[in-house]
Each structure stands twice: as C-alpha cells, then as structure tokens.
Design a binder for this molecule. Structure first.
Ligand SMILES: Nc1nc2c(c(=O)[nH]1)N[C@H]1C(S)=C(S)[C@@H](COP(=O)(O)OP(=O)(O)OC[C@H]3O[C@@H](n4cnc5c(=O)[nH]c(N)nc54)[C@H](O)[C@@H]3O)O[C@H]1N2
Ligand SMILES: Nc1nc2c(c(=O)[nH]1)N[C@H]1C(S)=C(S)[C@@H](COP(=O)(O)OP(=O)(O)OC[C@H]3O[C@@H](n4cnc5c(=O)[nH]c(N)nc54)[C@H](O)[C@@H]3O)O[C@H]1N2
Ligand code: SF4
Ligand SMILES: [Mo]
Length: 664
C-alpha cells in the first residue's frame, strides 16, 4: 500500500521554457505524484505555469521507450545495450574511415543539462568532427552573436528580476503571456510601480493587450523602425552623449547610416503612424529602460534586427545600471547553456584556433580539429553528411521544409536518435536509444537570465532507459577513448575548467535555489563598469534595412501557452490531445480572398502545403496570416530560407497562397 507519510520532496527546474522555474517534486514509491512551485527560487519566487505544474505527467506516458531499438528491414527490433553501443560505435568508425570525420555530425540538446551537452560536444570532437550544434541555432543564435560582438557576452545583460525596477519595458517580437508566462509577475509589479510596457509585434498578442503602447509593425520591418527611432533621438538630442563618448565606439559611422531613415518612410514601410513612433522614441529616451526581445526579431530579420535594437540601448545609455539593460527571452530550459557550449565554429574555451585546441588537448587528452563545422540547419537542409547522432531533437517536425529534412535524414548511412519517445524523427533512425527524462537524472541548466541551477534526481528511469551521460560514456569507451566520466558532478567541475565564462560558479550555489548563481559574474546586471569586448567598450554596429526578397501574404508562426514546441511532451499530458492549429486571417484579407470563418483552406508556399481551418481574427495584421508552430503540418509550408550570417530559419516569414478546399 502507498504510504504517503513516506513522501519525499525533490527540487528540480522546469523542463520547459527558459525562465527556469523552481519546482518541488513530491515523490512516493519512486513515482512523482505532484509538482508544486518552489517558493525559494530567486526568479520564479513560488510561481509556475500550467506546463510546469503538469511537467511530471509525460514521464508516465504508456509509450515511453524502455529498451534500445534497431531498424531492420523497415521494422524496429529490440536489442541489448551492449549490441546497440557496439554496432553504433563500429558503424561510426567505418563511416569515418570511408568518408572522413567531416561526414559525421552531432546535433540537438536544448533541454539537456549542461553536463550532457558538454559531454556530447566532447564525444563529437573526440571523433574528430566539429559538425556539432544545438537548436539554439534555430531560435536565438542571432541574439547571441549580436550580444557577443557588441557587448562581450552572448546572453542577457540584465535579469528578469530587474524588470520591476524599470520605468519602461520594451518587448519586441515576443509574447510573455504565451512563451514565458511566469515573467508576467514582474510585468504586474512594473505596472504597479507606474512603469510602462511597449510591445512591438505584428499581432495583438496577450502581452500587447496589457501594453501601454503597441507598435503593430509589418512583419520583417523592425530594422527600419529602430533606425528611424535612432535618427529621431539623435536629431532631437535625446541621446546620452556621455555614455556614448565614454563607453562606446563606432557612433559616428552609425549616425551616418541611420540619417537617411525618416518618419515619413517609416509610416509606409513599418505601417505605424509617426505619432506612435515619436511616442516610442520619447519613452526610451529616459533612463531605466529595459530592451527585451524574442523570435519576432531573430526568425524574421536575423542578426541585423538584434544589432539595430541593441544600438538603441547604447544610444540612450540604458545598459549597466539598475532597471536598465537587455533581456533575450531564450526558449528552452537549457538553450542558453547549450548555445554557450556547443557550436560548430567556436571551442568551449574560446575561438577556434591552435592555441585553444592545445589547451583542450591538455585537459581532454586528445586534440580537437580546427576546421569550421556545419550548423544544424546546413547539415539538415543541405545534406551531404553520412552519419548523424541526434539527442533531444525532433527536426522532422521542428525544422522548416519538413519534406526536405526527411529526405536528408533518409539518405543517411547511420542515424542514431536519443529520445524518450518514438518521434517522427526516431522513426527514421537506424538505432533509437531510450533516454531518461529530466526528473530521472541530475545536472545543471542555464536560464534565460544566466542563472545556473541543479536538477536533482527524483525517480529512476523506466525499464532499460539510461541518462545521456551514461549513453555517451558507453560510446566513449567503446570507441576507445579514455578520460570520460558519467558522474554529473565531475563533469560539471571539468566543464567549469574548460568553459571559462562558467568558471565563477560553485556547486553549492548552483544547488541552492534561494541563492543567486549567475555566470560570468554572480550579478543580475552585466557591464556595470566595462564591457567585455576586447576594448572594454560597447560597439555600435550600423545595419541597413533590406526589403524582404519576396512579397505577398506572409505566414507567421508562433506559440501558445498550453503547448510546447513539437508537442511530444504536452501530447502525452492527460487532458491534451494532439494539436491542430487554425489559420488566423484578418477580416479584410478574408473578404478580399472571398473566404469565410471556418472555411477549410489549403495553404501553399513554394516548399509545400497543408490544410487548415480558417479563423477570422482582428488580432492578425492585414497582409499576414498566423498559425501555431506546434501543429506538425505547419513546417510542410514554412520555407527554409536562412539568415545569411547566423543560418537561423525565417520561420516568421513565408509567402503563402490560400485556396478554399472544395468539400464534395
Ligand atoms: N508555451 C510555450 N512556451 C514556450 C515555447 C513553446 O513552445 N510553448 N517554446 C520555447 C522556445 S523554444 C522559444 S525559442 C521561446 C519563443 O518565444 P517567443 O519569442 O515569444 O516566440 P514566438 O511565439 O514564436 O514568436 C514571438 C512573436 O514574434 C512575432 N513576430 C513575428 N514576426 C515578427 C516581426 O517581423 N517583428 C516583430 N517585432 N515580431 C514578429 C509573432 O507575432 C509572435 O507573437 O518560447 C519558449 N517558451
Ligand atoms: N514553424 C516553426 N517552427 C519552429 C519554430 C517556430 O517558431 N515556427 N521554432 C523553432 C524553435 S525556436 C525551436 S527551439 C525548435 C524546437 O525544436 P525541437 O528541439 O526539435 O523540439 P522539441 O519539441 O523541444 O523536441 C525535443 C525532443 O526532445 C525529446 N526530449 C524531451 N526530454 C528529453 C530528455 O530528457 N532527453 C532526450 N534525449 N530527449 C528529450 C522530446 O521527446 C522531443 O522529441 O522548433 C523550431 N521550429
Ligand atoms: S514559465 Fe516556463 S519554466 Fe516556468 S513553469 Fe512555465 S514552462 Fe516552466
Ligand atoms: Mo526555441
């Protein structure tokens, strides 16, 4: 009989979004019976959302994978771990011998712990490949790139907890109420303190509804807006000259570039009237302004949109003080950490060069290669690789142009998928390795505002499922490498030694949710005294607005609060069936196209098509339509054009055609 007096409470961090809320898991007889908020956590402060409170449910889904599988003649057969590891290792070595190490790639890992992604990266490099990347590529690599080059660190420059101290919070291309709901508590506090919220989004989102100013921009035009605002601020002497002269460089060139951006043109291009743009400019010309953003910038205009936005924070001197700064709303539980550690063109200890390779050799006992590897988007969209190991990644659903990705995966000689479930991606694998889920293992994760916290193990994994650290360590051994541990605490210590920006962390602080434990310094605010660029100064980077190449009806895709990414976990939460998104359309576009509410329509792009039910809504702007990305059909339509520099897909900008489906 279950004895509830034997209940234990285990601390953990939510497996879903980058807020990184503190959870308490109530465990009876190796079963999590309830998830409640951890009131001691320094950021979530006793709040969780619906996803957090049901986070344990998918762990008990009937279809958890419990033993390794091998695909033979189109069917999966059960094999032992010994067989799986032996066969995978020998196939990897065979492919390496036949095609060279550049034919092998390791991708995924944004809900994995820091220790897991660090080890995954180390395994790839031991095999001699730099084809390693995480799904940070598909969301905020543009943000990490712009932040690093302009300020020094590719992460939020201030913290969520600073929001309540601000006078103005600008939220560009992100909806807190959908994607990071627990941050809402800080928005409420900001409002109570008399602060103002500005939302920049083509849609009337939940967050736009509580905003004091909503700039309903045309999709893909943020750069024009930001440069116009900069021109207005400079022309009207609303800038912080002292900050600019003492703490920044590149102002003169920037000033020249933005001088041609006018309010009149902005009205036409951005689709917002002058008065609203001026109101926005005046609001941000104050002190204590936080500039925050999401995928609306990165998945439409890429790195340049983020640069144009950061320039505004530099112009107004809003970095490095209480209640000011920059916040990037990173997506998955450890995507900040995965992006910090695994990249195809950077080493975990710094830039990719001989010196850093030799330093790694001293610690690792082998020297990593120094050629630039393929990003995950290049690897999965261009093809050319022969063997892929995917961990915690469902690209058949999540990547743009699904049909193309499927073909690339089908062409592989070896596909290994490490996942707790038989996903659409796993179905294409030669080997599927069942992994433990977040509460069945331990390790640390980095939140969107640089807080690193430890997840403690609550229960054992089912059947023969293993933690990724164990799986990676078995492969390491079988491949003949030495010096690898599957003990998360030991990996944490090694990671700290290698990844310099994490070196200030201590396990004691990381394990105590009531204590701050932020990297690279344990402070909510970065850059109080100096920037972490080579010169110690922040850099203005001028960027020009470029009209999107194609024009027409724009399909935007985004999130809803109850669903999560490819929905593998929410689909397995009792009460939630599989998800189908409507296609939202503005009444004027619907009228123009002769469409009615609830019509069944075929939405086509140059990449593919899918069927949706139409929903006429004033919440989308004329000229664009919207679908939730959790619907697996969406990425049949979304095209695979990439931001040139970051290789991030333009999930928020696909030109589509809509045809009514005739029902006979
Ligand atoms: N409930 C829930 N929460 C999540 C997730 C989830 O799946 N479900 N996923 C997590 C992940 S992985 C991520 S990366 C984050 C993402 O969180 P968000 O950044 O909020 O992601 P989206 O909803 O995809 O897009 C944000 C907004 O961009 C707007 N947008 C589109 N085009 C433009 C444009 O050109 N300019 C501007 N300014 N805005 C534009 C869209 O209308 C949308 O409201 O959420 C995380 N949190
Ligand atoms: N159209 C459109 N597409 C998008 C986006 C968009 O806005 N629009 N957003 C993009 C963004 S920002 C992101 S981040 C991606 C997300 O894309 P993915 O990372 O592919 O999606 P997830 O649903 O998060 O899938 C992660 C996988 O991890 C598995 N998993 C869960 N827990 C564990 C674990 O502990 N260990 C292991 N090994 N596996 C685990 C799940 O079963 C699932 O198969 O989607 C992208 N796709
Ligand atoms: S806000 Fe994000 S981290 Fe917090 S409980 Fe909800 S999904 Fe989890
Ligand atoms: Mo993401």
């Amino acid at each position: 009989m279950t004895n509830y007096f034997d209940m234990s409470e285990v601390s953990s961090i939510c497996p879903y979004c980058g807020v990184g809320c503190g959870l308490k898991l109530e465990v009876v007889n190796n079963i999590i019976v309830r998830t409640i908020p951890d009131s001691s956590h320094i950021v979530s402060r006793g709040h969780i959302c619906g996803k957090g409170s049901t986070a344990h449910e998918p762990i008990y889904s009937w279809d958890r994978l419990t033993y390794p599988l091998k695909r033979e003649k189109g069917v999966f057969i059960r094999i032992t771990w010994e067989e799986a590891i032996k066969e995978i290792a020998s196939k990897l070595l065979e492919i390496k011998k036949k095609y060279g190490e550049k034919a092998i790639g390791f991708y995924g890992g944004c809900q994995n712990t820091l220790e897991e992604v660090y080890s995954f990266m180390k395994l790839a490099r031991a095999l001699g490949t730099n084809n390693i990347d995480s799904c940070a590529r598909v969301c905020h690599e543009p943000s990490a790139m712009a932040l690093k080059e302009m300020l020094g660190i590719g992460a939020s420059a201030t913290s969520v907890t600073e929001i309540s101290k601000a006078k103005v919070l600008v939220i560009a291309g992100e909806s807190i109420t959908e994607s990071h709901p627990v941050i809402s508590q800080y928005l409420v506090q900001l409002k109570k303190n008399g602060g103002k919220i500005v939302v920049i989004d083509p849609r009337m989102t939940g967050t736009a509804k509580i905003a004091d100013l909503h700039l309903q921009v045309n999709p893909g035009t943020d750069i024009y807006l930001f440069n116009t605002v900069a021109n207005y601020l400079i022309s009207n002497n609303l800038i912080d000259e002292e900050f600019i002269s003492k703490r920044t460089e590149g102002f003169e060139e920037y000033k020249k570039t933005i001088s041609s951006y006018t309010l009149d043109e902005a009205e036409k291009i951005v689709g917002i009237n002058k008065e609203k743009i001026i109101e926005f400019a005046k609001l941000i010309s104050q002190k204590k302004v936080i500039f925050s953003w999401g995928l609306g910038l990165t998945q439409s205009e890429g790195v340049n949109a983020v640069r144009a936005y950061i320039n505004l924070a530099l112009l107004t001197g809003n970095i490095g003080t209480d209640g000011s700064g920059l916040i990037v709303y990173r997506g998955q539980a450890n995507v900040q950490g995965s992006g910090d550690i695994i990249k195809p063109n950077v080493f975990p200890n710094g830039i990719m060069n001989e010196e850093n390779a030799r330093e790694l050799e001293k610690i690792w006992g082998f020297k990593p290669p120094t050629w630039v590897g393929k990003t995950v988007t290049e690897a999965l969209l261009e093809g050319g690789l022969k063997a892929l190991v995917l961990m915690n990644f469902n690209p058949v659903i999540s990547m743009p142009n699904r049909n193309k990705v499927k073909k690339v995966l089908e062409s592989l000689e070896l596909l290994v998928v490490i996942d707790p479930f038989m996903t659409e991606t796993a179905k294409l694998a030669h080997f599927v390795l069942p992994s433990a889920m977040w509460a069945e293992k331990e390790g640390s994760v980095t939140s969107l505002d640089r807080v690193v916290k430890w997840r403690f193990k609550a229960v054992n994994p089912p059947g023969e499922a293993k933690s990724e650290l164990e799986i990676i360590s078995l492969l390491f051994k079988e491949l003949g490498f030495k010096g690898f541990t599957s003990d998360p605490k030991e990996v944490f210590l090694e990671m700290k030694e290698v990844v310099k920006i994490y070196s200030n962390l201590t396990l004691d602080e990381v394990m105590d949710y009531s204590k701050p434990s932020r990297y690279p310094v344990n402070d909510t605010i970065l850059y109080r005294e100096k920037f972490l660029t080579p010169t110690g100064k922040a850099k203005f980077i001028p960027v020009e607005y470029k009209k999107m190449k194609e024009e027409g009806l724009i399909l935007i895709t985004g999130r809803t609060v109850t669903r999560y990414n490819t929905d593998e976990l929410i689909n397995r939460t009792p009460g939630f069936n599989s998800f189908k998104s409507p296609l939202y359309i503005n009444p004027k576009d619907a009228e123009r196209l002769g469409l009615k509410d609830k019509d069944i329509v075929k939405v086509s792009s140059k990449c593919g098509s899918a069927i949706f039910t139409l929903s006429i809504s004033n919440e989308v702007k004329e000229g664009s339509v919207f679908a939730y990305m959790h619907d697996p059909n969406v990425n049949y339509v979304v095209c695979d054009s990439l931001d040139e520099e970051s290789k991030t897909p333009k999930y928020k900008y696909t030109i589509v055609k809509i045809d009514k489906v005739k029902l006979y």
